[in-house]
Design a protein around this ligand. Structure first.
Ligand SMILES: NC(=O)c1ccc[n+]([C@@H]2O[C@H](COP(=O)([O-])OP(=O)(O)OC[C@H]3O[C@@H](n4cnc5c(N)ncnc54)[C@H](OP(=O)(O)O)[C@@H]3O)[C@@H](O)[C@H]2O)c1
Length: 303
């Protein structure tokens, strides 16, 4: 990483993309000081297996006192944990004269559904108004997938493996552009490595190209070696069914709002990221292979 920060604070390092980011730092033999803000229940044991120059601070990142403690001496903060903590992170970063905040937010701000977008817009726009006090770079991933640690695709993989029939809500032609967690983690690294270009910029981080929902399902089915049958369900019936399904299942793989948002295309250009730091994400067909392989190995393994 060029222009190495003296001290980097990272939130969310124990999460899906956070861990892959730390592993990338380790592969690159990053020697800068890394402070990881974790909660007591976080599992970041993998850090001990790396040669990273890291320390751990356990506490509550919604607590300003804890934040002010961990922010001391920090040059750059990479906040991966959750958009809803960003305002407090930025307030503390400003108080502690941190120079640069990189915030991992979401393309959810572009949703036509007000309920999905309004909080993201309010938080983000408020923070963007503080750029005279701190440099802010916003990263907006689309749906993240890539391993058993994702909260979306792994459930689909499991469902398609265990069931023959798959209900498609609406016509399934809505477009998506999910991003592989490893591509996202690489983007964190590359944003940090190209600070002279990426400081004070905003980037959508999507997968290589748009793919329809029905093609996502077909691609997963093919990767599993299954011959699932898609059962189209009209939208009105889908909504009725989703309400009933969520009422009786604690492990529902789809929420009512997700059904409502089914017809909304979620396609976001990552051109700015490609031209500024060479972002070249994988396409879905290639990206899903590792996740399906992990799933199948888990089924074969007795442990
Ligand atoms: N999943 C998606 O499809 C999606 C789409 C767009 C944007 N995003 C956003 O992108 C970011 C990265 O996603 P990801 O999938 O890599 O993350 P993830 O696997 O969901 O992990 C979240 C990380 O944040 C930490 N965290 C959550 N609540 C916390 C709290 N109260 N205090 C301290 N740490 C807390 C978690 O710690 P623990 O290990 O203790 O749980 C974990 O390290 C997140 O901000 C997410 O909201 C996600």
């Amino acid at each position: 990483m060029t222009g190495k920060p003296e001290m980097m604070l990272v939130t969310g390092v124990s999460g899906h993309s956070g861990r892959l980011f730390a592993e990338r730092l380790a592969r690159e033999r990053y020697s800068g000081a890394l402070r990881c803000a974790l909660r007591p229940s976080s599992d970041a044991g993998f850090l001990a297996k790396t040669a990273l120059n890291y320390s751990v601070a356990i506490g509550d990142i919604t607590d300003p006192t804890f934040l002010d403690e961990v922010m001391k001496g920090v040059d750059t903060v990479l906040h991966i944990a959750n958009t809803r903590f960003s305002e407090k992170i930025i307030a503390s970063a400003i108080r502690n004269k941190v120079r640069w905040a990189i915030l991992v937010h979401t393309t959810g701000r572009y949703s036509k559904f007000k309920s999905a977008a309004e909080d993201y817009i309010r938080i983000e726009d408020g923070i963007l108004g503080l750029r005279d006090k701190i440099a802010v770079t916003i990263l907006r991933p689309t749906m993240i997938y890539g391993s058993s640690r994702d909260q979306n695709m792994f459930k689909l993989v499991d469902y398609l493996c265990r069931h023959k029939f798959f209900p498609i809500f609406g016509n399934g032609k809505n477009l998506m552009q999910p991003v592989l967690a490893q591509d996202l983690a690489n983007a964190y690294f590359d944003v940090l490595s190209n600070r002279e270009i990426t400081m004070n910029r905003e980037y959508n981080l999507s997968g290589k190209e748009p793919i329809s929902y029905i093609d996502i399902v077909r691609t997963v089915s093919r990767a599993l070696g299954r011959s699932n049958v898609m059962v189209p369900v009209p939208m009105w019936l889908s909504l009725l069914g989703a309400r009933a399904y969520n009422a009786v299942s604690s492990k529902a793989i789809i929420s009512v709002e997700q059904v409502l948002r089914m017809n909304e295309d979620k396609v976001f250009s990552h051109e700015a990221a490609s031209s500024d730091f060479g972002y070249t994400p994988k396409g879905f067909e290639e990206g899903i292979r590792g996740e399906v392989e992990e799933y199948l190995q888990g089924k074969r393994s007795p442990f």
